[in-house]
Design a protein around this ligand. Structure first.
Ligand code: AMP
Ligand code: GLY
Length: 423
């Protein structure tokens, strides 16, 4: 089987690494990929939103399945594009159709979905420029901190949490009237602030059947002790130690099951991963957000714990027989620590040579922002490398991740040394 993975991050390298272990793989492609995917697959230099170029590549290489890494192409309707094209319609795409991808593409859509299916989430109201004054009044009725969310995709930057009412009003005005996040903030969801510890739950569905994948927790802030700016994620741990059986049953019964059933009731075709961002308030789970893809760096700890042949699992999604698959999960804990470019998440330099990759023995290094050049591997993004290791608990696993990341080097390299501090 010939499989194409769309994307260029640590998530996509991890998927490629796992798929490459399957005896069913004849050829693996990544578009556009990075230096990590280039070592086990063929990189094709096309963008994830260039559907015509993707079509040409799929035909040229006789690709028989496409795995979509990031959300953009899903929200832009890549799955629908395949279904509508005579030459592509029988090639399975792992990722939901456009209508279902709105769960990530529109926060308001996601909130309405949760209310309709009685899935626990923060109370909210949404506003546009026409009812800005009502938005101010709604803010005044809340207790701080105030949570403002741009409705559309804003590259992970569209959520603001503010302590001061005047600042919250100013930001609301900036988002709605001054288009702070472009058209993404033409509608703003204002919601109740929930206090608790966050975790993520991953679900794989074929639209009818579903499987729960391992839980994970990521560390979003750049600084130790969860301080400083938000990043794409500085590291992750799976499983989440506080997600015990009682709590997981609540997540399943109150959130996962009604989500998959809700997709069916609403006629939202979904074959792919659902990433549910959760918060534990006292002993109860609430949904913070849905993503219609795997998380990054959560993938770097979730996928290595799955012991099944991933090609078989994806085939079962394609032909809607996921009920026949029995998932085998490695009981050990996996951790990943992200090495980032100096300055990230603000301005940073690219093109720094990476050394030490060949000395890593007790961990797997997944590439995020890297590119091959001649015989060298250079940095090519903010998040550069994710070092994944296993252990009998998260402390042991982290010790391995840290021991190995110390062998790696590039100019300006930074990583957080305190992952797991809150557990
Ligand atoms: P999102 O892009 O929806 O994941 O939001 C980004 C981050 O904002 C989340 O990971 C949470 O840390 C925080 N957040 C979002 N919504 C809420 C909420 N209602 N209460 C508290 N924190 C929130
Ligand atoms: N690590 C968070 C995300 O992938 O959205």
């Amino acid at each position: 089987m010939k499989i194409l993975i769309l994307g260029a991050g640590g998530r996509e390298h991890t998927l490629a690494w796992k798929l490459a272990q399957s005896s069913e793989i004849d050829a693996l492609y990544a578009a556009p990929g990075n230096a990590g995917t280039a070592s086990i697959a063929t990189n094709i230099p096309i963008g994830v939103n260039d559907f015509e170029a993707i079509k040409q590549a799929v035909i040229a290489h006789a690709i028989s399945m496409v795995i979509v890494g990031p959300e953009d192409p899903l929200v832009n309707g890549i799955h629908d594009f395949f279904l509508k094209d005579a030459a592509l319609k029988n090639i399975p795409v792992i990722g939901p159709q456009k209508a279902a991808a709105e769960l990530e593409g529109s926060k308001e859509f996601a909130k309405k979905f949760m209310i309709r299916h009685q899935i626990p989430t923060a109370a909210y109201q949404s506003f546009t420029a026409e009812n800005l004054e009502e938005g101010y009044a709604f803010l005044e009725g809340l207790t701080p901190p105030y949570v403002l969310k741009a409705d559309g995709l804003a590259a992970g930057k569209g959520v603001l949490i503010l302590n001061d009412i005047e600042e919250a009003k100013k930001e609301l005005q900036q988002m709605l009237v001054a288009a702070k996040f472009g058209t993404a903030s033409a509608t703003v969801v204002i919601e109740e602030f929930l206090k608790g510890i966050e975790l993520s739950c991953f679900v794989l569905t074929d639209g009818e059947n579903y499987k729960l994948l391992p839980t994970a927790k990521d560390y979003k802030r750049i600084g130790e002790g969860d301080t400083g700016l938000n990043t794409g994620g500085m590291g992750a741990i799976s499983p989440v130690p506080f997600a015990d059986e009682v709590f997981m049953t609540k997540i399943h019964d109150r959130i996962v099951k009604p989500t998959v059933e809700g997709l069916q009731k609403d006629n939202l075709p979904y074959k792919g991963f659902i990433f549910i961002g959760l918060i534990k308030v006292n002993e109860d789970p609430f949904v913070i957000e849905y993503n219609v893809r795997l998380g990054d760096p959560e993938t770097e700890v979730v996928i290595p714990r799955i012991q099944n042949d991933l090609v078989s699992v994806f085939k079962a999604i394609a032909n809607q027989s996921l009920d026949t698959v029995e998932l085998k999960i490695d009981p050990r804990t996996a951790t990943t620590v992200m090495a980032v470019s100096g300055g990230y998440p603000e301005a940073y330099e690219k093109g720094k040579e990476i050394s030490g990759l060949n000395t890593i023995k007790d961990a797997v290094v997944f590439h995020a922002g890297t590119k091959p050049e001649n015989e060298k591997i250079l940095t090519n993004g903010g998040r550069v490398l994710a070092v994944t290791a296993f252990g009998s608990n998260f402390k042991d696993a982290l010790e391995q991740s840290y021991k190995n990341i110390e062998q790696l080097h590039f100019d300006g390299m930074y990583y957080r040394k305190d992952l797991g501090f809150d557990l």
